[in-house]
Design a binder for this molecule. Structure first.
Ligand code: ADP
Ligand code: MG
Length: 394
């Protein structure tokens, strides 16, 4: 059993809290497209404010790769958080430095300060000690609720909490909730266990995939991930998104496992994402013609996957089945949401876009556990130790 220090163990209180959240939310322009990850932090924030703590909030958003890029600013999150909290949220335009330090020091009990994107500094992903030392100045105690980032040994997740006395660090209510649920499911998995996996890429998901082929009874693959597996089998994929670096891994995973790793038998293809004038279904044996790209699973695949889901007792889903952001290419993802909702299985859906899709489908209430972490829940279920959880273990 994994047990972490919780808010109840945190000393001393009240104190200025450095709060690591995962506000890596899907954006639609400068608007938050799905606020689940923000909403899920409200219980912890309210608890800390009620205890008289000033709270300094840090998060990453997207992959700005160590440079300041307005496209990945947390400003839209600030607006949404202020609306949901019903109070002002102060702002620091950099997560370290004089402005952040001065604003953090001036915070009064119950006041909240949001720092700009941690990943504007390459040192965050580099787990850099000196950078963690700069962040350390902003809080007297440390609370982590960023479950979705806790599978990464990044500075705010790993190096930073180590700079506090251990009783000055804890997981927030969200982190504790995620671990409790996922742990309950994984200590006794009910079979058949079907894992539904999609999204853009395989890269970054290789280890959990390797673990999942041992744990699950069936892997149902869709989305860009399926494109890569199909390409690895020698299918022509036209202009589809294919994760070229992962072809060997995909082939190795498939070897001897054709019965359990199900790939689409048909695909929805289009000539353009933004201005589609030609949308049709092709069988995978025919391949995707040059100039066309696979953007959703096809109708035959939908019914095959739905029937697998229907007989499962445990379902884990990460990654949309297609480019669901466009209505024409959302059919596979929406059909899977319905199938998962209608099944009697214990169901877990994790991941920014996956959760956005399930909420948009209207079936979110019927899912046993909506996880704020995609890669993190995948890794946790496959038995990996998450760095952000390990540092908080009692
Ligand atoms: P999550 O955030 O749930 O973990 P990912 O970030 O891995 O999921 O992937 C989500 C993205 O994958 C979506 O934005 C979706 O448009 C994209 N996607 C899914 N299928 C395809 C495809 N066939 N081609 C291109 N992009 C795809
Ligand atoms: Mg995503």
């Amino acid at each position: 059993m994994i047990k972490i220090r919780t808010l109840a163990d945190l000393r001393p209180l009240p104190a200025r809290v450095f709060y690591r959240a995962d506000y890596n939310v899907p954006l639609d322009g400068d608007r938050v497209a799905d606020a689940t990850r923000i909403e899920e932090t409200l219980p912890t924030l309210r608890r800390l404010r009620d205890a008289g703590c000033p709270v300094v909030i840090a998060s990453h958003l997207g992959r700005p790769k160590g440079t300041r890029n307005p496209k990945y600013s947390l400003e839209p999150v600030r607006a949404k958080l202020a609306e949901l909290l019903g109070s002002d949220v102060q702002w620091a335009s950099d997560c370290i430095g004089d402005e952040a330090a001065a604003k953090a020091a001036a915070l009064q009990a119950g006041e909240v300060l949001l720092l700009e994107n941690l990943r504007f500094h390459a040192e965050e992903e580099g787990n850099d000690q000196a950078f963690a030392g700069e962040l350390r100045k902003l809080g007297e105690v440390y609370v982590n609720d960023a479950f979705g980032a806790s599978h990464r040994a990044h500075a705010s997740i790993d190096a930073l909490p180590r700079l506090f006395p251990s009783d000055h660090t804890a997981g927030g209510l969200l982190l504790a909730k995620e671990i409790d649920f996922l742990q309950k499911v994984t200590t006794h998995i009910e079979h058949p266990f079907a894992a539904l996996l999609g999204g853009a890429k395989i890269a970054g998901k290789i280890e959990p995939l390797e673990a999942l082929v041992k744990l699950a009874d069936t892997l149902l693959i869709g989305g860009g991930m399926a494109n890569t597996f199909l390409a690895a089998k020698g299918m022509r994929m036209g202009n589809s998104l294919v994760d070229g670096e992962s072809l060997d891994v995909a082939a190795r995973l498939l070897a001897g496992r054709e019965a359990m790793i199900l790939l689409p038998s048909d695909l929805t293809i289009t000539n353009s994402l933004d201005e589609p004038t030609d949308i049709k279904t092709v069988g995978v044996a025919d391949g995707v013609p040059h100039g066309m790209m696979a953007v959703d699973i096809g109708p035959r695949t939908i019914s095959q996957y739905a029937s697998q889901i229907g007989s499962a007792r445990t379902i884990f889903w990460n990654g949309p089945m297609g480019v669901f952001e466009k209505e024409q290419f959302a059919k596979g993802t929406m059909a899977m949401a319905k199938a998962v909702a209608e099944s009697r299985a214990i169901s877990i859906v994790g991941g920014g876009e996956s959760v956005e899709a399930v909420k948009a489908s209207g079936f979110a209430e019927k899912i046993s556990h909506i996880s704020t972490g995609g890669g993190a829940s995948l890794e946790f279920i496959s038995g990996a130790a998450l760095p952000g959880v390990e540092v908080l273990r009692v």
